[in-house]
Design a protein around this ligand. Structure first.
Ligand code: NAD
Length: 260
């Protein structure tokens, strides 16, 4: 379904980004990976997922907190892939502390990576999408783009900002073949969440499994984690023709979190 399209997924060496990249590859999209750490194993996984379609997979290690590196990433996409048709703004980090104890550098990093990076990739991707009159921008926000939790001021501010950014760009491109939407996951068991489970286990002196149950029970009525694969399937739907009139939405997949 996505043959001849190129998808850039930021922060895709791990977790949700890697899951979305794999599912898009299965649909025949060429994939540009980005993120820190080992890139060879994720590249091999994505290549294998798209093998039947003979897809092309690339990687660029831009630090998404740095505008100049994002510009280099987008230049690489233009030169090696002819541009980006599907832009998945997924890179993100978390830090938990009350506002009076929140490290200033962490605030700045969360705003830069979780919010401003989407501005930079989008401003550079939209001109080509307009020329082709086709494009998909998927911003991986969060349940925290819709509601708040204590201790996560920077993350909640960035994710609410990302949802607002999504709506604004959806309106700017409303009469074109470009759609811009946010996906709002609840808890997904990735390294970003495992750290919060481990911190809870240490803080409360309880086993990790109990900490995991408590974390789910507090917010996610289904008591089940959403999987990266499920988020990938939602991304595929939003890339399909059936979703061509879905514009500016913040689509939750959160086990009922934001229904409460
Ligand atoms: P993760 O820690 O598994 O993956 C984060 C990815 O981002 C990694 O590939 C990492 O290398 C990359 N990254 C981090 N900083 C970067 C930087 N400066 N430049 C480039 N890449 C960078 O986390 P995840 O849980 O998969 O989170 C992915 C996205 O989903 C984030 O935006 C997160 O806020 C969002 N999200 C996660 C959950 C969850 O429960 N896990 C829920 C809602 C939203």
């Amino acid at each position: 379904m996505l043959n001849s399209k190129t998808a850039l997924v930021t922060g895709s060496t791990s977790g949700i980004g890697l899951g979305i990249a794999i599912v898009l590859a299965r649909q025949g999209a060429n994939i540009i990976l980005n993120g820190f750490g080992d890139s060879e194993a994720p590249k091999a996984e994505v290549l294998a997922a798209g093998k039947a379609h003979g897809i092309k997979v690339g990687y660029h290690g831009a630090d998404m907190s740095k505008a100049a590196e994002i510009e280099a990433l987008m230049a690489y996409a233009a030169a090696d892939f002819g541009g980006v048709d599907i832009l998945v703004n997924n890179a993100g980090i978390q830090h938990v502390a009350n506002v009076e104890d929140f490290p200033v550098a962490k605030w700045d990093a969360i705003i830069a990576i979780n919010l401003s990076s989407a501005f930079h990739t989008t401003r550079l991707a939209i001109p080509q999408m307009r020329r082709k009159n086709w494009g998909r921008v998927l911003n991986i926000a969060s349940a925290h783009g819709l509601v708040a939790s204590a201790g996560k001021s920077a993350y909640v501010a960035a994710k609410h900002g990302l949802v607002g950014f999504t709506k604004s760009i959806a309106l700017e491109t409303a009469t074109t073949g470009i759609t811009v939407n946010a996906i709002c996951p609840g808890w997904v068991l990735t390294p970003l969440v495992q750290k919060q489970i481990d911190d809870r286990s240490a803080r409360e002196g309880i086993p990790v499994l109990q900490a995991e149950k408590e974390l789910l029970g507090e917010k996610q009525p289904s008591l089940q984690f959403t999987t990266p694969e499920q988020l990938g399937e939602l991304a595929v739907f939003l890339c399909s023709d059936a979703a061509s009139n879905v514009k500016g939405q913040a689509w939750a997949m959160d086990g009922g979190w934001t229904a409460q």
